[in-house]
Design a binder for this molecule. Structure first.
Ligand code: IPT
Length: 983
């Protein structure tokens, strides 16, 4: 006999969003439930109608089978669907279908109770059978599906539960998000029991005025409700009672039903502590459903927060304050499981985000695990909760196709029904990249009616007109909009909605250039309120290089500090043998696959600093509280006076008591020594006490002001060496080609115009142009080598395929070394090059870099915030940032001078005429461009040193705007000087 669920062919039926599934609700049943997680019998069929009958293996639940021991491997495609069938179709034959089976022992104590199965997430179609009997069907891969099993199981007995998961379906067309395709059950499976009389839903409204309203729905499995039921509850010890006025009104309006109980609890909390992302104050709410005899039939517990959110004019207000949205887009990702994440994983994600100044998360592009919201409520994040709808490849066909209407409303409404009581959720999102059609408006209509307390956003609708009141978006939420367009809109006088980019600053590879410029504009322009960086994760899956398989759960410990252990690598698109794929575009996060922060995180932390430091010449040092809701008492500071001569003086800081937005002048903590040259004052700010997201002493920000410019800057020392010391007459050694001969250099200093293209350089079209110009393989031809006394002047031409750069190097002996004055003249056609500067290589053994300049982390001209000027030191191997696809990396901005030394303190010292971009790595640019993965790099024994007169900004052109014109390297004449001395 054909199974009715298979006969229904739900994978080919867009109208069928579920069958036999219980309605979504906000009653949390996790506590007290029986976990069905663990090993299940498993078979992978080639298609849903293929017979089950092969050998069983074991699969871990939750977990994608694509990350376990099967031949169906992960696959990365961005926009394009992984199969050719047009919506709503999916492949008839080649459709991996996982059959999961296990016994369930139903406690005898559940006799007379209502028994419910909850499947946390399954992609993309779930069929449920118990003992071979059909129970139900569900779609919507990132929300739980519940089924009542009361009629299917016997308390005290054992039953066979089968969950069949069909990978491809009509629903896949709505789940075409830009990440890996997987298959399986990816969130926990639970079994729980309730009384037949139960809380079907609880809807909490808690405003910042302390008003609490709890609306409850009550049902009974038998249908009719028993007489005399009632509700009570408490809020942290404060008793709540059923609102009799509400009951009376219901009765008068004939809304009382025998089958649906409705009641309201209400109170007003005096002196409420409002919830905000800065002050995530939670209250414990307990709602109890009683039978007529007073016994408790059901209980629902919630952690709630009192807060208001509203769009007023063009501002998004939280508790009446226009808050900055320092957001990130977050996917579910784990390098060992693909997308199954534990509570600890989620906690680690959010803790890291807090430590780096983020206060908002967009759940790109589907609802998260309930634990994500528990943590966002507790730690403090503003969440844009996004429904699981992205029909990217067929967006236009689907947005108005009535066959998909059910699915749109189903997905959006289920998310709202589940998450409506979350203080962290401040905005609903209808989904991503799905064009804009009537299906969206239908879903928006449902949301507006069900939850008028929160704004709604949808980028596809906002795109129709940022100020258009008719479209289904209360926020102007573009993606990757050029900053000048955003500013122009805010200044146009036509803005009607808050402008908060749903995606900006694409973090692929070495990226996020101009983030500081964005924030300067946001803070200077009323109407701009922030945005969500794309994205949190680099989705590199840990892969064994030998057999090409994902390592899976056993791989813990096979990576460290962003790098996979030898023999392993971070796989991206194409690495699992996919024919069509989108390569490294899946590695576009602000953290590596093991959550190691990329350097941009430090800049973000500084941009989000809760306090600011400024120097006003006549007033002195000014500290300001840059938060929205709290004082500075949770912070502690230390002053550091950084002097160019190598000294760093410290003093404890007394932070002023400031309300949000207030400023105070503070006395200079340390006397500025009259000598010592360039001087900077840094305020190193840490947490004053243990917080939920950071132990005491965690660094929060390091604002810095310049106290004295470099009166005795290296420039002076470099340019006038003879004036400060005895005349040096020992001639510089250069070979016949005019190349410096030096005992510590293996490759003499020459001109470099090339960097290993970043992802932005490649996808933004710069790198192809550079290659066309021949900048990656300039041919050096000596024009003349002229000796004048102890100096040598070398004229050379560096020929590309289309232009010639004239380069002059004057080598002059100075005390202890040589001064190199350089000039390069770029032809007009080289109007946008990666760098103009010097490259040389050193002997092996110089493994420590000490520098005076910005640091300690990697920084670039358009991404240099949060890297204060100081005396920094790092092993050379720690300077390089291991971006998944090797590219320009490891740069340090604003370097004045540095030494490279061996363990016996011998080595070389370089002083630059002015703060320059410097990089010291084990790789030539061509080493980096020759390979596709970090593990393929072979480090050189010596160092490859770049000193740049000019270095191009990074921008974000892999998806979005390029860097700004001010960060481009102009053609024409560039001059720079430096000295090289032996230590
Ligand atoms: C945008 C997507 O919303 C996001 O999922 C991701 O693909 C991002 O781009 C790029 O990494 S869509 C793009 C067409 C702007």
């Amino acid at each position: 006999m054909t199974d009715p669920l298979l006969a229904l062919r739900p994978w080919d039926a867009p109208e069928v969003t579920s069958w036999g599934r219980l309605p979504m609700n906000a009653v949390d049943r996790r506590a007290g439930a029986h976990s069905l997680d663990g090993g299940w019998r498993f078979q992978l069929l080639s298609a849903p109608h293929a017979p089950v009958g092969g050998a069983w293996s074991t699969a871990t639940v939750p977990g994608a089978w694509t990350m376990q021991d099967t031949d169906d491997l992960p696959r990365y495609l961005n926009v394009r669907m992984p199969f050719a069938e047009f919506p709503p179709r999916s492949p008839a034959e080649d459709n991996p279908t996982g059959v999961y089976e296990r016994e369930i022992d139903v406690p005898a104590g559940w006799a007379g109770r209502r028994i419910v199965l909850q499947v946390g997430a399954a992609e993309s179609v779930l069929l449920v059978h118990v003992d071979g009997r059909p129970v139900g069907v569900s779609k919507d891969s990132h929300l739980a599906a519940e089924f009542e099993l009361t009629e299917f199981v016997r308390p005290g007995g054992r039953a066979v539960l089968r969950l069949t998961v069909v990978k491809w379906s009509d629903a896949s067309h709505l789940e075409d998000q830009d990440h890996w395709w997987h298959g399986g059950i990816t969130r926990s499976v639970l079994l729980y029991a309730t009384d037949p009389l139960y809380l079907a839903d609880v809807d909490v409204r808690a405003g910042r005025d302390g008003e609490l309203r709890v609306d409850c729905r009550v049902r009974d499995t038998g249908g009719a409700l028993p007489a005399g039921w009632y509700l009570d509850g408490e809020l942290d010890g404060l008793a709540l009672a059923q609102d009799t006025a509400f009951d009376r009104e219901n009765a008068e309006d004939e809304r009382v039903s025998a089958f649906l109980g409705e009641a309201r609890l209400r109170t007003r909390v005096p002196e409420v502590r409002p919830w905000t992302a800065e002050t995530p104050e939670l209250y414990g709410l307990t709602v109890r459903l009683h039978r007529a005899d007073g016994t408790v039939a059901d209980t629902s517990r919630h952690r709630i927060g009192f807060r208001d959110v509203a769009v007023v004019g063009r501002d998004l207000l939280v508790n009446g304050e226009r808050v900055y949205i320092r957001g990130v887009n977050r996917h579910d990702f784990h390098p060992l499981t693909g997308r199954t994440v534990t509570y600890d994983d989620l906690r680690a994600d959010l803790v890291l985000l807090k430590r780096f100044g983020f206060n908002a998360i967009r759940t790109a592009h589907y609802p998260g695990d309930p634990a994500l919201y528990d943590l966002a409520d507790e730690l403090g994040f503003y969440v844009v909760d996004e429904a699981d709808i992205e029909s990217h490849d067929h967006a236009h066909e689907i947005a108005d196709d009535p066959r998909h209407l059910n699915a749109f409303v189903d997905r959006v409404s289920r998310m709202v029904l589940r998450d409506k009581n979350r203080p962290s959720v401040v905005i609903w999102s209808l989904g991503n990249e799905s064009d804009y059609g009537a299906n969206h408006d239908a879903a928006a209509g449902w949301v507006r009616r069900h939850d008028p307390s929160r704004p709604l956003q949808y980028e596809g609708a906002a795109k129709r007109g940022w100020a258009d009141p008719e479209v289904a978006s209360d926020i102007a939420c573009p993606m990757y909009a050029p900053l000048e367009e955003c500013v122009a809109h805010a200044l146009s006088g036509k803005q009607t909605k808050p402008l908060i980019q749903c995606e900006y600053s694409h973090a692929m590879g070495n990226s996020n250039g101009t983030l500081a410029d964005h924030w300067a504009a946001i803070e200077a322009t009323p109407g701009l309120q922030g945005g969500f960086i794309w994205e949190f994760w680099d989705h590199g899956i840990l892969q064994s290089v030998n057999d090409g398989r994902p390592v899976g759960r056993g791989g813990a410990g096979l990576y460290d500090n962003g790098v996979a252990a030898p023999g392993y690598r971070w796989a991206y698109g194409g690495d699992f043998g996919e024919k069509d794929h989108d390569g490294a575009f899946v590695a576009d996060g602000v953290v590596f696959p093991d959550r190691t922060p990329k350097p941009v995180m430090y800049e973000h932390r500084e941009l989000a600093a809760p306090l600011r430091l400024e120097l006003f010449r006549h007033e002195g040092l000014v500290v300001s509280n840059h938060q929205h809701f709290r004082g500075l008492d949770w912070l502690r500071g230390t002053w550091e006076l950084v002097l160019a001569d190598g000294r760093t003086l410290t003093a404890a800081a007394e932070l002023p008591a400031l309300l949000p937005g207030e400023t105070a002048v503070v006395p200079f903590p340390l006397a500025l020594p009259p000598d010592g040259g360039e001087a900077w004052l840094t305020l190193r700010v840490t947490t004053a006490e243990d917080l939920a997201w950071a132990p005491r002493g965690t660094e929060v920000c390091t604002p810095q002001v310049l106290l004295r410019a470099g009166a005795q800057a290296p420039e002076a020392a470099v340019r006038e060496p003879a004036a400060t010391g005895p005349a040096v007459t020992r001639p510089v050694e250069a070979d016949a080609d005019g190349l410096l001969v030096h005992p510590l250099l293996t490759v003499a200093p020459t001109l470099s115009l090339w960097r290993a293209p970043t992802d932005n350089d490649e996808l933004g079209g710069m790198a192809p142009r550079w290659r066309a110009w021949g900048l990656d393989s300039l041919v050096r031809k000596v024009v003349s080598v002229r000796r004048e006394g102890p100096s040598v002047t070398v004229l050379a031409e560096y020929a590309g395929t289309t232009g010639v750069v004239r380069h002059r190097q004057v080598l002059t002996p100075v005390e202890g070394g040589v001064r190199i004055d350089e000039q390069a003249e770029l032809p007009a056609e080289f109007d946008d090059v990666a760098r103009v500067g010097t490259v040389f290589e050193t002997v092996a053994g110089l493994d420590l870099l000490e520098w005076f300049g910005q640091g300690p982390w990697e920084s670039y001209p358009d991404r240099s915030g949060g890297a204060p000027v100081g005396h920094h030191a790092l092993p050379v191997d720690a300077l390089f940032t291991p971006y998944l696809r090797p590219q320009e990396s490891g740069g340090r901005h604003g370097v004045r001078h540095f030494t490279l030394s061996a363990s016996d303190a011998t080595g070389l010292a370089v002083a630059l005429d002015e703060p320059r971009q410097v990089s010291v790595t084990r790789y030539r640019a061509e080493d980096l461009t020759a390979v596709a993965h970090h593990d393929e790099l072979v480090p050189r024994a010596g160092c490859v040193v770049h000193l740049d007169a000019a270095h191009r900004g990074l921008g974000t052109a892999s998806c979005g705007p390029d860097t700004f014109p001010s960060y481009l390297v102009a053609p024409g004449v560039h001059r720079w000087s430096w000295t090289l001395r032996v230590l």
